[in-house]
Each structure stands twice: as structure tokens, then as C-alpha cells.
Design a protein around this ligand. Structure first.
Ligand SMILES: Cc1cc2nc3c(=O)[nH]c(=O)nc-3n(C[C@H](O)[C@H](O)[C@H](O)COP(=O)(O)OP(=O)(O)OC[C@H]3O[C@@H](n4cnc5c(N)ncnc54)[C@H](O)[C@@H]3O)c2cc1C
Length: 465
């Protein structure tokens, strides 16, 4: 029998950012378990050319920087803060785990499955030995609720004939012979990463076919820069609030942000329906637009040797072409539930995007407040659905959290100094005219934005939280 204050299930970005804050702001003991061998979550199984799509400066855990806060001078990210590669992120989490173990307050059980709880305690089992254990913990932290879905581990939503070469993006680096064509299936961040990598690796755009059933709205990466470039993030927040104050629905909101240079789309002629907060630079967008063979508005049903059965019209296929499956959801759609229960914390987004900042915020609130209702008031879940139609609800929940937390001096001060907060240097740059103008606009629009978002929720029949 193992006894601990917190049992944290899931050593991905969420679990790690939460434990990091607990170590800093409480004297709690922690048992951290994961069915994977190491800390790092989905990054450990990601395709080799994956990178953060946001700056490293605001990713990871609060106590340890990721990268050197350099601004890239070459390539499609030139002018923006560096973005860690998958291997850099995995190495980073290995170091963070070492920090945790050195504290003497954390025990890590890798290759361990969480099974459930009964009157005896929490049951776990080693995947290697099959040995069961019981853990008694005052609080269970479920850091698996928003677990990422990735191509190498998901079940494809279409059938594949035995002769068809369908691979996850990670399989591309094992290709030994040139393919006549690459068909990339999926229009999300993984699909964009895959198309971008193929193009950067010298594949002619004419040899790429992109099946992109629904286009995404994208954030211009120039709008999410921290540190010395924080004026861009503050300006983006000001645009977001101004749009929230006026928008009649999610699509209207997106168009207002597009007019303001914050939102982008791949094809100017196609109305996007998806929003998953992926960021892109103008140079990356130009590259993607060089792919002209794009199949829209329909989904794959079956990949066969010489044809693809679609929900609309079937497509021709070359028996030797390579299909890259990019249809995993990434960030899954989850039902919002209270983050805090009496003896359970369910990690969810409580900020708009950025899992580590959300998890750290939950940790800071858990360390500073005891009352469950008070904790939940400070952490309303912000559940992304991936649909632009729902973005006003996401904005409403996000602003409710901002309002509640900024009214509590201790939490607000922690947040203002947290390295995971993209706008943490806002106050230091308040003398910059661009920052000042954005702050003035935000102050003017906060109230009208909350009023409009509440009105729109009532209008659409959503339950007002
Ligand atoms: C390709 C890709 C790129 C992304 N890029 C970014 C980005 O640039 N910026 C950003 O903010 N977000 C990005 N995201 C979103 C990403 O989901 C979050 O940043 C974050 O990594 C999610 O961490 P997590 O801990 O919530 O989930 P995960 O990383 O999925 O971790 C959950 C962990 O729980 C473990 N687990 C699950 N069930 C059990 C069980 N029963 N017992 C034991 N262990 C269990 C799993 O093994 C896993 O390690 C990206 C996502 C993907 C898929």
C-alpha cells in the first residue's frame, strides 16, 4: 500500500505543469503515474517533424524554461520566437521529471495503468510485470481527461484494403522508394505539418493530394508572440475582445478577427468551419497554398488499391501512392465538468488554449484555496469543441475565468509572473504605445464583450454557467 497526498494520473504536459506548481506552492507529496515509460505524454509518440506551433517560451512547466527564448532568423518562423521540436520537448520533460524526483516529494511509476477506485483505495497495475498496487491518496488528479489523440495510436475512421499503403505521418521517414503521389488525409494541424514537411523536403506540390473535408480558421503566429514581442499578444487579445463585443455568431467573430489580421484561412474562397487554435506563419501558409489538388467537402470511406470511396464522388488512385493518415482528433472534444470535486481534480482547459498554462492555473488555485465552490468559481472549464460555431461559448467561459481570477490579488500576481502566460510581460511594456492602445481598447470592450457573449448564449439556448 502506497500513501500520498496527491495521486496524479497522466504525466503529459497537463500532469507535469500541475505537479510543478504543487511542489512550488505546497508541501504536498505526489505519486505520478503514466502508462507510458516516461513523462511527456503524446509528444513521446509524435511524428519526428512535429514542433510546437506556439513559442517554446510559454510551454512546459512554470519552473523551468524551454529553449533559450531566441527569435528565429531564418526559415518559415523567421522573426518569431523559437518553437521546440518533438525531441527537444521529450528531453525537456525528462529533465523536469528529474527535478521532481530530486525534490524527494514525487514518486514516478511509469508503465503503470490506472484501473479505478474502491473502498480500499486507487488500483494501479504495472504493464511490465502485471503487479497490482493500491494507492491511498487524499486527492486524485485525472490528467487524462483531455488526453491527446494522435495518428500513431488512434483507430482510422475509414476502411483500408490490404494492398493500400496507408501510414501515419511518423511512417514517412521510413519510406525507402519514391512514391508517385502522396495523399494527405485530414485538414488539421497534423495534416498541415505533414504537407509542410513534404514540401520542405523537396516533394513537388503537384505530387501531393490533400483531402481536407473542412477548412480550419488559423491564428496568425505574429499575433501570439510573448516577451519582447508581447505587444502582438496584447493586440490580439484586444481584437478578440472587440470582436466578442460585436459578433452575432462564431462565424461573424472569425470574420471580424480575419479583418483585423488575427485569423487566417488556407483558401480565401472557402469558408472554414473548424477552429482548433492552430497557429501558422504567413510563409508557411504560402507554402501550403502551393498544393492545388485539394479535395473538399467530403470524407474518406475506404482506401482501395485503385480508388478511394468517398462520402461524395469516388476518387481515382494510383496503386503505388502513399496515403498519410492525419485524421486523429489531436485535442479531443470533452464534456465540461467541474474541475474540482471533494477528492478529485479533473484537468481541463481553464484558459483559452495552452494546456500547460491551464494546468498550472489549476495547481495554483488548488494550492491557494480550500473551498471546492471557490476553487470552481476561479476555474470554469473552457471546453474547445473544434467548431467555430461554438467559439463564443469558449470565449465566454474563458473571460469568466479571467474576470474571477484577476479579482483575487494572490492568484492575479501569480498569473502575471507565470512564464506560461503569453501576456506576462504586458505590464513591463505598458509604456509601449502599441501596448497602451491595446490595453485601452481591452478596458473599453471587456464589459460589452461579456454582455454580448451572455446575450448570444441565451439567444442560442445554451445554459448560462
Ligand atoms: C501533434 C500535436 C501538436 C500539438 N501542439 C501544441 C502546441 O504547440 N501548443 C499547445 O499548447 N498545445 C499543443 N497540442 C495540444 C496538446 O494536446 C497539449 O499541448 C498537451 O500536450 C496535452 O497534454 P495532456 O497532458 O493533457 O495530454 P497527453 O499528452 O495526451 O498526456 C496524457 C497522459 O495520460 C496517460 N494516461 C491516459 N490514461 C491513462 C491511464 N489509465 N493510466 C495511466 N496513464 C494514462 C497517457 O499515457 C498520457 O501520457 C498539440 C497536440 C498534438 C496532438
Amino acid at each position: 500500500m502506497i500513501e500520498t497526498d496527491y495521486l496524479v494520473v497522466g504525466a503529459g504536459a497537463s500532469g507535469m505543469a500541475f505537479v510543478d506548481i504543487l511542489l512550488d506552492r505546497s508541501d504536498a507529496s505526489v505519486v505520478l503515474i503514466d502508462r507510458r515509460a516516461q513523462a511527456g505524454g503524446h509528444w513521446l509518440d509524435a511524428y519526428p517533424f512535429v514542433r510546437l506551433h506556439q513559442p517554446s517560451a510559454t510551454y512546459g512547466v512554470a519552473s523551468r524554461p524551454l529553449g533559450g527564448d531566441r527569435i528565429d532568423t531564418a526559415g518559415p518562423n523567421a522573426g518569431f520566437y523559437e518553437r521546440a521540436t518533438g525531441p527537444e520537448i521529450c528531453a525537456y520533460y525528462a529533465e523536469v521529471l528529474e527535478d521532481f524526483l530530486r525534490s524527494g516529494r514525487v514518486r514516478f511509476l511509469g508503465m503503470t495503468d490506472y484501473l479505478g477506485e474502491d473502498t480500499e483505495g486507487h488500483h494501479v497495475v504495472s504493464r511490465l510485470t502485471g503487479t497490482p498496487s493500491v494507492i491511498r491518496a487524499a486527492t486524485l488528479v485525472d490528467a487524462t481527461y483531455i488526453e491527446s489523440q494522435i495518428p500513431s495510436r488512434h483507430t482510422r475512421p475509414y476502411a483500408v484494403d490490404a494492398t493500400a499503403r496507408v501510414i501515419p505521418p511518423s511512417g514517412l521517414v521510413d519510406i525507402a522508394e519514391p512514391a508517385p503521389r502522396f495523399t494527405v488525409i485530414g485538414g488539421g494541424k497534423t495534416g498541415m505539418d505533414t504537407c509542410g514537411w513534404l514540401l520542405q523536403s523537396g516533394v513537388d506540390p503537384e505530387r501531393i493530394r490533400w483531402i481536407r473535408p473542412r477548412d480550419p480558421w488559423l491564428l496568425d503566429r505574429s499575433s501570439v508572440q510573448p516577451l519582447d514581442l508581447v505587444a502582438s499578444s496584447v493586440r490580439m487579445q484586444a481584437s478578440w475582445l472587440a470582436a466578442a463585443a460585436q459578433a452575432d455568431d462564431g462565424s461573424h467573430f472569425a470574420h471580424l478577427l480575419e479583418d483585423d489580421g488575427v485569423f487566417l484561412r488556407i483558401d480565401p474562397e472557402t469558408e472554414p468551419a473548424v477552429y482548433r487554435a492552430a497557429t501558422i506563419s504567413a510563409a508557411e501558409l504560402d507554402q501550403l497554398r502551393s498544393i492545388e489538388n485539394v479535395v473538399k467537402g467530403q470524407r474518406v470511406l475506404r482506401v482501395a488499391g485503385s480508388s478511394i470511396a468517398m462520402t461524395g464522388q469516388d476518387l481515382e488512385a494510383d496503386p503505388h501512392e502513399v496515403y498519410v493518415d492525419c485524421t486523429a482528433a489531436g485535442v479531443p472534444r470533452t464534456r465540461p465538468r467541474p474541475v474540482f470535486d471533494n477528492s478529485r481534480i479533473t484537468m481541463q482547459y481553464v484558459t483559452i488554449g495552452i494546456a500547460p498554462w491551464s494546468a498550472a492555473t489549476i495547481g495554483a488555485v488548488a494550492a491557494a484555496r480550500d473551498d471546492v465552490a471557490d476553487r470552481n468559481r476561479l476555474c470554469p472549464p473552457v471546453s474547445p469543441t473544434g467548431e467555430i460555431a461554438d467559439v463564443l461559448d469558449v470565449a465566454h467561459a474563458g473571460l469568466q475565468g479571467v474576470l474571477a481570477r484577476s479579482a483575487e490579488a494572490d492568484i492575479a500576481t501569480w498569473n502575471d509572473n507565470c512564464r506560461l502566460n503569453p501576456a506576462r510581460d504586458m505590464a513591463a511594456k505598458a509604456g509601449d504605445p502599441a501596448v497602451l492602445a491595446a490595453l485601452t481598447s481591452m478596458a473599453a470592450n471587456f464589459g460589452p464583450a461579456m454582455d454580448n457573449l451572455r446575450r448570444q448564449r441565451t439567444h442560442r439556448g445554451s445554459a448560462v454557467i
